[in-house]
Write a protein that binds this ligand. Sequence first.
Ligand SMILES: NC(=O)c1ccc[n+]([C@@H]2O[C@H](COP(=O)([O-])OP(=O)(O)OC[C@H]3O[C@@H](n4cnc5c(N)ncnc54)[C@H](O)[C@@H]3O)[C@@H](O)[C@H]2O)c1
Ligand SMILES: [Zn+2]
Ligand SMILES: [Zn+2]
Length: 404
Amino acid sequence: MAGNRAIVYRGPGRVTVEDISFPDLILRDGPGVNPLNVGRKCEHGVILKVITTNICGSDQHMVRGRTTAPSGLVLGHEITGEVIEVGRDVEFIKKGDLVSVPFNIACGRCRSCKEQHTHICENVNPDRPGSAYGYVDMGGWVGGQSEYVMVPYADFQLLKFPDKDQAMEKILDLTMLSDIFPTGYHGAVSAGVKPGSTVYVAGAGPVGLAAAHSAQLLGASVVIVGDLNSERLAQARSFGCETVNLKEHPNLGEQIEQILGIPEVDCAIDCVGFEAHGHGAGAGEAPAAVLNSIMDVTRAGGRLGIPGLYVTGDPGAVDEDAKIGTLKVRLGLGWAKAHTFVTGQTPVMKYHRDLMMAILSGKAQIAKAVNATLISLDQAPAAYAEFDQGASKKFVIDPHGVLK
Ligand SMILES: NC(=O)c1ccc[n+]([C@@H]2O[C@H](COP(=O)([O-])OP(=O)(O)OC[C@H]3O[C@@H](n4cnc5c(N)ncnc54)[C@H](O)[C@@H]3O)[C@@H](O)[C@H]2O)c1
Ligand SMILES: [Zn+2]
Ligand SMILES: [Zn+2]
């Protein structure tokens, strides 16, 4: 039997490449596997040869030691692969299919799934609704930053690319369908972006850049991206965004006024989450900074898309309250302005087919927007460190070297 090499979390700041067992159509015990999930049969699943698998800002929260992720956790929830084995109960997905895997795991049978809320499936994580591969508190499904991975509920979840050769040509774009393209798009849709909208995107990491490109696809008149990282802001400008450097200019409203003539936008998207920094050169971490600033600059009646991640447990938080996810959010301001807040994981399946067509037709240029950068499995530990330092790259792992 073939081996299987994977990226494994070994404690704060440490990821390694290790040999793990070859996947099977069953969820076996291992680091982070919920006891109620051990031995779960997955005849509705498939084994994939992983073609691409991306490193995400969500992985960084764990790798920075900002969650309770256990040592030994196999990382990776952004997976694109080729089907090499199908379970007994899989009817429509076939061996040889090239597919995108939504990062959420969803059964297709529960009330949430039936209502298209596949990000809060009730049957895959015994702890709470919602699940993902290779992630803390998500049921223990083995991550896909590896050569091979098992994906359950294949018929329901997998998005098959219509033509393999065409897909391989656009694989650096299509690999973003497993998470950040739908996530950025969901942020923009949740914020109510439509033709002519003025939009503020907080964060110029891959999710922020994906949200900015999505806002452009939805017809926004102006997209303003804010961050403290000048290299990432230059990346946002490379595809037509306005930018605000919040390290140099802590007053966001004034900067928006310089661009738009008024200190206000129609729509705002938080692509930062709970590890947000305060504005200004000397500012430290301020977990509610983005939430408060987007309430400040969004017009009354506006909508706030919040794909940025917020947690219920953060051992490295700045204060006792933040350690359990209680933040100093000025809700009174949001209430007074009648803002709508949309939070949570992205229901990837709501968007991935449409966005695939946008990629295949050439309308969407997501790989270019996020600066997709191909690496090998062995380069992944260094890439984690570089990404943590704020590199303006979206790292795409090619575990079998098929793309290089
Ligand atoms: N909802 C979902 O389903 C989903 C999916 C994927 C990622 N996420 C989350 O989205 C967030 C962004 O992901 P990413 O991969 O782009 O992460 P990232 O860490 O690469 O990017 C975050 C960026 O925010 C910037 N930042 C920090 N404080 C800021 C502030 N006050 N204002 C503006 N920018 C600020 C940082 O400098 C950094 O460039 C993460 O929290 C991630 O977990 C959520
Ligand atoms: Zn992700
Ligand atoms: Zn379900």
